[in-house]
Design a binder for this molecule. Structure first.
Ligand SMILES: CC(C)(COP(=O)(O)OP(=O)(O)OC[C@H]1O[C@@H](n2cnc3c(N)ncnc32)[C@H](O)[C@@H]1OP(=O)(O)O)[C@@H](O)C(=O)NCCC(=O)NCCS
Length: 418
């Protein structure tokens, strides 16, 4: 049975459980892709139909959006259940008629009503989501490590870990456990949906794009417990008769920095390969410091990682932790969600934030909901946003005082795609 439209908004509805395959096919089509029927069936079992929204025309799905419930690590040892928006797509011949706007505005209101303090997403293109109040809250770096500069492998006299090779599906539970621990060590770390794990563990050939199968390098401790892992492929970049390979790092997680270093050092000196390419990494990955020659590592690109949309200013500011005590009043501008608009007093005592709406107070800063989203995890300094004209200082010193409050203990990093 086809579900009724939601909330009186014409055309928008959730999907019935038997429609998950049609939903996934519509999402794939938005990317010009086509999943084989058996894969649609398998992936469909991992999808929660109640979290999938669509617009239909003439009975066919023409626009899609979905969300996950994710647990996200927040600054100073806190965490929250947040919404991870995904599966956003509009049929190729139905674009620029406002379908994304219709779906997304509805979805943001619904996620706010569900109690999520904020929503996260990763964007296919950088120009889409700012207009909906999302700000870039974490960034991803792509690193290149040059084998000709990393030098000889140091003789490991003693190490708490030893390295082993495995196929990902053989060590699936260990990978999941390491990931669960690793994503709590950094603000922006988020639980990884089962559907993402499926792509790593099933490693369908369509994902390989001319590379090898996905390999796992795991660091195990003296009790044979997995302490870290790297998932990688070998990619043939040779032309003609020359043989040249690159190690493509798909994922590397290790809660213990020592285990991460061991994995990186091994990848950097892998036989057959001239270089390592590692996208989607943290900006403060200490990679450059692992080799005697810091020029062994180049940052090839920095791009937006997590876009964050605050749905509930009070709830969001109270959910994260703080490194210093103090207070500031923030005037928030939000064209889309009226409940966020106005002045909010943030008071921090013993690392806990209390946030209340205030009416007669002089704000320290005035900022859009997108700028607050960008600063929320502490990765984008408020002063930086102010210098870009995205935060207005209302009282002298207001930017510095508010920036000090919003700082995080560590550069945030979104640890997964979703
Ligand atoms: C991106 C996509 C979802 C947009 O859907 P759409 O229905 O054409 O978007 P709308 O007509 O509702 O446009 C809403 C606004 O976003 C803007 N916009 C839409 N796509 C954009 C793009 N790719 N880059 C910049 N702005 C974009 C529109 O100009 C419009 O602006 P305005 O309302 O401020 O005037 C659609 O083009 C698509 O499916 N693309 C391929 C898959 C994809 O990239 N999905 C997003 C995954 S994160």
């Amino acid at each position: 049975m086809r579900p009724a439209p939601l909330g009186g908004t014409p055309g928008i509805s959730t999907i019935a459980p038997e429609e998950v395959e049609a939903f996934l096919a519509a999402v794939e089509l938005a990317y010009a892709g086509r999943l084989p029927p058996d894969e649609l069936r398998t992936v469909g079992t991992l999808l929660d139909s109640e979290r999938c929204l669509v617009v239909r025309e003439g009975g066919a799905i023409v626009a899609t959006a979905g969300s996950y419930r994710l647990r996200c690590t927040l600054p100073w040892g806190k965490a929250a259940e947040v919404a991870g928006i995904s599966f956003v797509g509009v049929h190729p011949v139905h674009r620029r008629r406002g379908l994304l706007r219709l779906l997304l505005v509805h979805q943001l209101q619904a996620l706010g009503a569900e109690g999520f303090p904020f929503a996260l997403l990763t964007a296919s293109e950088g120009g889409i989501y700012g207009r909906f109040g999302f700000g870039v809250t974490t960034w991803w770096a792509t690193y290149r490590v040059r084998r000709d500069r990393v030098g000889e492998a140091p003789r490991e006299t003693s190490s708490a870990w030893r390295l082993e090779h495995a196929w990902p599906e053989e060590v699936a539970e260990g990978l999941r456990a390491v990931y669960r621990a690793a994503c709590t060590t950094v603000p922006g770390g988020a639980t990884r949906p089962e559907l993402e794990w499926h792509d790593y563990l099933a490693d369908p050939p369509r994902q390989r794009e001319g590379s090898s199968a996905l390999n796992a390098l795991v660091a195990v401790d003296a009790r044979a417990e997995m302490a870290g892992y790297a998932l990688y492929r070998l990619h043939d970049v040779g032309q003609g008769p020359s043989s040249a390979h690159r190690v493509d790092v798909v994922d590397l997680q290790a809660p213990e920095p020592g285990a991460a270093s061991l994995l990186w050092r091994h990848l950097a000196r892998m036989d057959l390969a001239d270089e390592v390419l590692a996208p989607l990494r943290s900006l403060d990955e200490p990679l450059r410091l692992l080799f005697p020659d810091p020029r062994a590592v180049e940052t090839l690109a920095v791009r937006d990682g997590a876009w964050l949309r605050i749905l509930d200013v009070r709830g969001a500011l109270a959910a994260r932790g703080y490194g210093v005590d103090g207070g500031a009043v923030l005037e928030v501008v939000d064209p889309l969600l009226p409940a966020n608009r106005g002045c909010w007093s943030l008071e921090v005592r013993a690392g806990r934030g209390h946030c209340e709406r205030v009416r007669d107070a002089q704000p320290a800063v005035r900022l859009g909901i997108d700028a607050l989203g960008a600063a929320y995890l502490g990765g984008t300094d408020l002063g930086h946003l102010a210098r870009a004209g995205l935060v207005e200082e209302v009282v002298p010193g207001g930017v510095a005082r508010t920036a000090e409050l919003l700082r995080a203990e560590r550069t945030p990093w979104l640890t997964t795609t979703f």
